[in-house]
Each structure stands twice: as C-alpha cells, then as structure tokens.
Design a protein around this ligand. Structure first.
Ligand code: PXG
Length: 463
C-alpha cells in the first residue's frame, strides 16, 4: 500500500506534508529543512530506495534493529497468518495465547541458561521501565526495601521514557527534567576519549572500579542493581577494553546487587554470540531485549527474568503491579518467532562470529589509516570511526563538536550509505545478512565518505 501512496505523491508533496504534520523524534525542528527530508519507500536485504528512486545501503540496519535484513516475506507471512487467526488479545487476567507461549519457550532456548521466563512489552524503553519496577519489587520481596538505587553509566542509552532517560546518561535528556530519582551514574569505559596516559587495559580496570568506589560510598545496602549495555551503542559504539567486563564481573560477584544487561542493541547475534553478555562472559540476572528480537518488523520488547529473580516473585507472591496493553501482542510475537527461526536456520550468529564479522572488521579497521580517523573499531558487526584532526594525538578534537560528524554523515548519504553520526564519530551496524560483496561496497563508500569529508574540511579551513 505504501508504494501506491508514494507513487501518487511526488517527493515535493511528501516533504511538504511531512513538514506540516509530522513531529519527528530527536530532531531540531527549527533547522530541519524541507529538502533534507528523505522519504524511504521500500527496502530489501541491506538496500533501501527513496522516493526519488535512489538506492541506498542501510548501514544501520534501520535503527540498529534489522538483524535479518529488510523484506523477509517469511516474517510478513507469519504476521499475516497470526493477524487473521487472532489479531489481538491481552495477556492479563490469567489469559495467554499460542504465539506468546511459543516465543517465551524459544527465548528460554536461546538466552543463557539462567533465563527461563520472559516479560513482554513493546520497546526497549518500556523494557527498562519494567526493569526499574522489577528490581525494586524484587528487593521488597526479599525484605530489603531500602535497596532502591540503580547504578548506570554516563553516556549510556537506555531509552526515551522517563525511567529510560533517567537510567541513561545523556545530558540533554536529563536537562529536560522529569527524570526519576535514586539513579546514580559511574564512568564509562571509553578509553579513546580519556586523556590520561593509561593503556586500554589499565583504563578498563580503572573504569570498572568506579562501580566499587560508588558502592562503598553510598552503601551496597542501598543499591538494587547495576545496568549496562555490553557495548554502548547510541553513546558511540564504545567497545570496552578487554579487561573491563572481567573486572566488573569480579566486583558484581562480590556484591549483593542485581546485574542487568541491556541487550537492546547487542542481543540476537550482533556481537557474534546470541547476547553481548556471552561475548564478555558476564552473568546477568535480567536482560532488556528489543530491536533484533523481531528485527524491527513489528514493535516488541522484553525482559528476560532469571530463575533467581523469578523465584522471589513465585515464592513470596503478591501482585506485580505492572503490564502493558500490548504485552505479548500476538502479531509481534509471531514476527519475533519467525525472525528467531531465521536467525537459527541461517546460522546468523555463527556467521557474525566466524565469517562476515571478521571479514568486515578486518577491512573496517584499515580505515584507521585515513588522515582524519583516530580509531576504527568493530566488534561483531557494530563499529565506529573516531574522526579527529590529528590521528597522532587522540586528545585533539574538532571545534564545535558534532559539526564534522554531520558533514561526514551527509557525505555518506550522498555516497549511497547510511551511517549514523554520534557527535564526531561515524557508526555502522549493518544487517547480519550482509554479503561479502556488499561489505566491500560498504567499505568503498565509507572510504569515499572520509575522502569527501577531508576535502570539505580542507576547503573550509577546518583542519
Ligand atoms: N536500550 C538500548 C541499549 C538502546 O539502544 C533502548 C534501550 C530503547 O529502545 P526503544 O525500542 O524504546 O527505542 C535503546 C534504543 C540512536 C538511537 O539514534 C538508539 C536507540 C533508539 C533510538 C535512536 O542511536 N536505541
């Protein structure tokens, strides 16, 4: 249907109506120009087409979510069949239905062994709202209601609901007000942005010990949980030094607090294992999941509940006052189930670990030799390029942070590749199905983007 609509309306019409009626998320509404609006009309695999017929590679898998790529008719068909059988029913008041039951069982199979139950929502953000309510309820059930504080990290992203924004460490979102209390933030394991002369290994230990320091300061008896993304995504694809998570695990093992792994980006194969916590050897008590759970075909989010946490709810009892109209929506569950079956059948997780992950990573890291790249990093199939004026000196940054990133991002679009700019870094997170040839094309477009950016900076005297 959407194709018919876009054929009827010209790009100019669509842009004009979009500008008049569509209030975009995460946008500077004053500066978003008419001609900058790109209308996407269709997509297949790693490719998308806009309303002017341009073919663009989706280097961000939608918004870090389309792990199996666009246009999978198997998912469309599973949703269609489910919608015609049972379009909707709730999962409140002692009711259930087959798609939510099958998906719960499938998740118990693919998640680490401590997870056998799943709570469903519609997004990563509401999943993290669930986390806040669940960890605080858990400690109430355990007779320790004073354990309320949740520790997170600066520059973390945990969503855009009030609780999600409070857990996240994004200064702009906190400045809006409306965040909830009893959340504390420790430092992030971001070696490249650290100006000290520590090696990455030393810095990883140092960053992890910030948790120990905070727990000693505020008292472990007041802390409910620590939440973290295995690799920070929206914060700039911050791949922690190899020493970070082992040291974190040591600290978490010694302390009586819950550990929540936010797997919204890292889950479902992105890092070369089913979940990022498995890549880094941590053992979470809860996991937030969304995005790759359905590869974005329909909205769904979920919280994986470990046997330890579930036991408190089962043994102590009392109503858990929480749930959403669309918790376990049948069509979303059908989409997720079909998506997970594709990931399993096509061995996409193994493919990221042993085949396309190493293939792309090796070529991506070579972009680190470009004269405006300070670091080219990648883990599994998620990576970043740090754009700096002088790669020999990582503490020198471009003026007006974010300007160069935007210039580069615009060049990337013009070259036919969607990369995301996070301030002055370029991010890539392609579908796990990307072929070797497409990976080569991605690298060629990324290198051309860097050359074009260097030209622009030279021409404008910005180096
Ligand atoms: N946790 C993590 C780790 C995320 O990356 C969320 C929670 C929230 O999920 P929902 O489904 O509520 O959006 C996310 C989402 C960006 C960008 O520009 C990143 C996200 C969402 C929107 C934009 O990088 N991540």
């Amino acid at each position: 249907m959407s194709r018919i609509m876009t054929i009827n309306l010209s790009t100019a019409d669509l842009r004009e109506k979009d500008a008049r009626h569509h209030f975009h998320p995460f946008t500077d509404h004053k500066t978003l120009g008419l001609d900058e609006r790109r209308v996407i009309t269709r997509a297949d695999g790693v490719w998308m087409w806009d309303s002017d017929g341009n073919r663009i590679m989706d280097g961000m898998a939608g918004l870090w979510c389309m792990n199996v790529g666009h246009g999978r008719q198997e998912i469309v068909e599973a949703v269609r069949a489910q919608m015609s059988e049972l379009s909707y029913y709730n999962t409140f008041f002692k009711t259930s239905h087959e798609p939510v039951i099958k998906l719960s069982e499938k998740l118990a199979e693919v998640t680490p062994p401590q997870f056998n139950m799943t709570f469903f929502g519609t997004s990563g953000s509401d999943g993290n709202d669930t986390i806040v309510r669940m960890v605080r309820t858990y400690w109430q059930l355990m007779g320790k209601p004073e354990k309320k504080i949740i520790v997170s990290r600066v520059n973390a992203y945990h969503g855009s609901t009030v609780a999600g924004a409070a857990l996240g460490g994004m200064a702009g979102m906190h400045a809006q007000g409306g965040v909830i209390g009893d959340i504390r933030h420790i430092m992030q394991p971001y070696w490249f942005a650290d100006d000290s002369d520590m090696t990455p290994e030393e810095f990883g230990i140092h960053a992890a010990r910030d948790l120990e320091r905070l727990l000693d300061e505020i008292g472990e008896d007041n802390v409910a949980a620590f939440i973290a993304e295995p690799i920070q995504g929206a914060g700039g694809v911050i791949i922690p030094p190899e020493t970070y998570w082992p040291e974190m695990k040591r600290i978490l093992d010694e302390r009586d607090i819950l550990f929540v792994s936010d797997e919204v980006i890292c889950g479902f194969g992105r890092t070369g294992k089913w979940f990022g916590c498995e890549t880094y050897g941590t053992e979470p008590d809860l996991m937030t999941m969304a995005k790759g759970l359905s590869s974005g075909y329909l909205p769904i989010g979920a919280v994986a509940v470990s046997d330890k946490v579930a036991a408190a709810f089962h043994e102590v009892g009392g109503e858990f006052y929480h749930g959403y109209t669309y918790s376990g929506h049948p069509a979303s569950c059908a989409a997720a189930l079909a998506n997970l079956e594709i990931i399993q059948r096509e061995k996409l997780v193994e493919r990221v670990a042993d085949d396309i992950g190493p293939y792309l990573s090796e070529r991506w890291k070579k972009l680190g030799d470009h004269p405006i790249v300070g670091e080219a990093r990648m883990k599994g199939l998620v990576g970043a390029l740090e754009l700096v004026p002088d790669p020999a000196n990582r503490s020198r940054r471009f003026e007006n942070e974010g300007t160069v990133g935007t210039i580069a991002r615009d060049h990337s679009f013009a070259n036919g590749l969607v990369m995301r700019a996070v301030r002055d870094r370029l991010i890539i997170c392609p579908p796990l199905t990307i072929t070797h040839d497409e990976a080569d094309e991605l690298i060629a477009m990324a290198r051309k983007t860097l050359d074009d950016t260097l030209d622009t900076l030279t021409r404008k005297g910005m180096l």
